[in-house]
Design a protein around this ligand. Structure first.
Ligand SMILES: N[C@@H](Cc1ccc(O)cc1)C(=O)O
Length: 422
């Protein structure tokens, strides 16, 4: 199967320019393609995973991907898909963000490895040194105002307002495509669904600036779909905020749990969108969830693959260990670092002293509503300290001094956890 058919089967193509021409182009050449990522924050999030893994898919099919870090465009701000003007970041901030996101992409794509390696470029290298005279003469002349006004990213903002800065953004992205076309022979740009306007603007610039050449100019654009969820809520957002690729912002355990909790109606679709698992295997996972939905085989496989792609084998093992312990209630094997990850969203109470009476603690930490209820909970065997049931109503706390973090995990009933710190 050729790469475009594979992408179509997976539902990964939103729009493509000259589909048949591109199919032929890909069949006959080792194609250099690129996707740009603007450093608008200190981490990428899971919304960026489809374009990133898309570069990998093309690489696996023998093509040559470029991950472009928008160190220059990140200083300006893409209006695409946004209804308000962005605030500008200082250049050292953008530089710091660029480094971080470059490393995150490198983790997933292994720059410079293998026969047709993924390479990284940074558009700061050519955009920052361009003079305003060159910009207006060489690029600006090819952009009609009507053409620019008709772009969705601009027309959608006419009422709200848009600065000349953001209005000009499409010219910068077009210059990137032209630059990479000239220097690297890049003939395909891919991006999110909101990038169609910028991508086609770049194709237009390449054509116009080479109008006098006799050769046929073959450049293409392709966008991936916006990820939608069956329940209609926004993909990638949870009550706790976005799911980040940075393990300091979203721990591998949280990341793993996010995918594990995928809606049953979305899980097969997400396996196609995000993983490299073959269509045959996905079909058999689909059969398995139809036969034994309670086993959640497909969800587990999705969570596993994604944690491996974005983090590491070690991170996956830790996430699985924490998940299994919290599920069974037996947390004796967990280290301080495991507990930090696994109990981030659990209600936490700072105890006044290290030798509190259990009944007093349950009330103070609002685990039980009253002393009477607390005694009943203990006597009934509903209270577990660090995974062990405690049925003595007279019990005084004994603190677990694992590593430098001191804590006690209290479980009430089957799955309600509380973290006591001192
Ligand atoms: N404009 C893209 C990022 C990008 C930057 C430069 C490019 O040449 C291409 C893409 C975005 O906001 O997602």
């Amino acid at each position: 199967m050729n790469i475009l058919q594979d992408l179509e089967t997976r539902g990964l193509i939103n729009q493509v320019t000259d589909r048949d021409g591109l199919q032929k182009h890909l069949a006959e050449n080792e194609v250099t393609l690129y996707c740009g990522f603007d450093p608008t924050g200190d981490s990428l999030h899971i919304g960026h995973l489809v374009p990133i893994t898309m570069l990998k898919r093309f690489q696996k099919a023998g093509h040559r991907p470029i991950a472009l870090i928008g160190g220059g465009t990140g200083m300006i701000g893409d209006p695409s898909g946004r209804n308000t003007e962005r605030s500008l970041n200082e250049s050292d901030v953008v530089k710091g963000y660029s480094e971080k996101i470059k490393q995150q992409i490198a983790r997933i794509l292994d720059f410079d490895k293998g026969e047709n390696p993924v390479v990284a470029r940074n558009n700061h290298d050519w955009l920052a040194s361009m003079t305003v005279i060159d910009f207006l003469r060489d690029a600006g002349k090819h952009f009609g105002i009507n053409y620019m006004l008709a772009k969705e990213s601009v027309s959608a903002r006419i009422e709200q307002g848009i600065s000349y800065t953001e209005f000009s953004y499409m010219i910068l992205q077009s210059l990137d495509y032209m630059k990479l076309n000239e220097e690297e022979g890049c003939t395909l740009q891919i991006g999110g669904s909101d990038q169609w306007g910028n991508i086609t603007a770049g194709m237009e610039l390449i054509r116009r600036s080479r109008e006098n050449e006799n050769d046929e100019i073959n450049v293409f654009g392709l966008t991936v779909p916006l990820i939608t969820k069956a329940d209609g809520t926004k993909f990638g957002k949870t009550a706790g905020g976005a799911i980040w690729l940075d393990p300091e912002k979203t721990s591998p355990y949280e990341f793993y749990q996010f995918w594990l909790n995928t809606d049953d109606r979305d899980v097969i679709k997400f396996l196609r969108y995000f993983t490299f698992i073959s269509e045959e295997e996905i079909a058999s996972l689909e059969d398995e969830i139809n036969a034994q939905p309670e086993k959640r085989v497909a969800h587990k496989r999705l969570a596993e693959e994604m944690t491996l792609i974005v983090h590491s084998k070690e991170a996956l093992e830790q996430a699985q260990k924490i998940s299994a312990s919290l599920f069974s209630g037996d947390i004796k094997q967990l280290t301080a670092s495991d507990i930090k990850q696994g109990f981030k969203d659990v209600p936490t109470y700072k105890a006044e002293s290290k030798d509190m009476n259990l009944v007093d603690l349950l009330v103070a930490a609002k685990i039980s509503p009253s002393k009477r209820q607390a005694r009943e909970d203990i006597a009934n065997g509903a209270i577990y300290l660090n995974g062990e049931r405690q049925q003595d109503v007279q019990y005084d706390l004994q603190v677990d001094d694992r590593i430098e973090d001191t804590f006690t995990v209290i479980r009430r009933g089957k799955k309600k956890y509380f973290l006591i710190t001192f």
